[in-house]
Design a protein around this ligand. Structure first.
Ligand SMILES: [Zn+2]
Ligand SMILES: [Zn+2]
Length: 265
């Protein structure tokens, strides 16, 4: 009996009116975005054009009519300069990430929301944040075989009480009909070393902090991966995870984050 009722309640849950997570207005929200259209459009850095290498917001063109476009996107001035330098003298440690995408900027009210989700131990706050990834995720889907959420260390998992990046990735995985990596070991990408929180560290310390923190399984060889994380600041976490995946032969590695921070937090 319960088995019959559960899908029905889930169906009703999808269609019943809810309240906007930010302004509490009643909303009809079949997509599970959790926000009213006004609050959704007012999120910082939503629907702006971003650098394809680093997801910094490009200020030259203003809002784009095609926020999820993933064709050849322009580079920011910093990445353009780096690319020109690399063409002359290849850098030893260039990134294994093929491109980086961000749904929003890490700014109010999204920063408080992400902090509350991460440190407040409330998985329910993750679903609407994860839903922000869906438009870009759908546009990137033709290039992707697998979605992998940046895994926490087992110590962090115990501290937080839930795997917040897996919760962020779940709405997109559901929308694309892709399975997230199984909960049981061996995970395709695992964090094998506990590392101190990145917040509060400078760029070099962030990089050092994460060296060798991830390990990937050989069966990722030849697959294209969409890596999901909550916030990108310097990109150290994503680069280190991408490096582990590339070592095992992953083909294309694309990162998609909820929020791009523009300075060290
Ligand atoms: Zn609202
Ligand atoms: Zn850039």
């Amino acid at each position: 009996m319960l088995a019959k009722i559960l899908p029905l309640t889930r169906l009703l849950d999808d269609w019943l009116p809810r309240h906007c997570a930010l302004c509490e207005a009643r909303i009809f929200d079949p997509a599970g975005l959790g926000l009213c259209p006004g609050c959704l459009n007012a999120l910082p850095g939503r629907n702006v054009q971003r650098c394809r290498h680093c997801a910094r917001r490009l200020h030259t063109t203003g809002p784009t009519t095609e926020p999820s476009a993933v064709g050849v996107r322009p580079l920011c001035q910093i990445c353009e300069a780096l690319e020109a330098r690399e063409a002359h003298e290849p850098l030893e440690a260039s990134s294994d990430l093929d491109s980086i995408h961000a749904a929003c900027d890490y700014a109010p009210p999204l920063d408080r929301w992400i902090t509350a989700m991460k440190y407040g131990g409330d998985p329910a706050l993750a679903a609407p944040l994860g839903a922000l990834l869906i438009p870009q995720g759908i546009a990137l889907a033709p290039q992707v075989d697998r979605i992998i959420a940046i895994p926490p260390s087992s110590r962090r998992l115990v501290e937080r009480g839930f795997d917040h990046t897996a919760h962020l990735a779940a709405p997109l995985a559901r929308a694309l009909g892709l399975r997230l990596q199984p909960r049981l070991q061996p995970k395709l990408l695992a964090r094998i070393r506990h590392t101190p929180e990145q917040a509060g560290l400078d760029q070099q310390a962030r990089s050092r902090n994460l060296q060798g923190a991830f390990v990937a399984q050989p069966n990722i060889a030849g697959q294209s991966v969409l890596l999901i994380d909550d916030v990108m600041t310097t990109g150290s976490t994503l680069r280190e995870a991408a490096c582990a995946l590339r070592k095992q032969g992953a083909r294309t590695i694309i990162a998609l984050v909820v929020a791009r921070a523009h300075s060290i937090r």
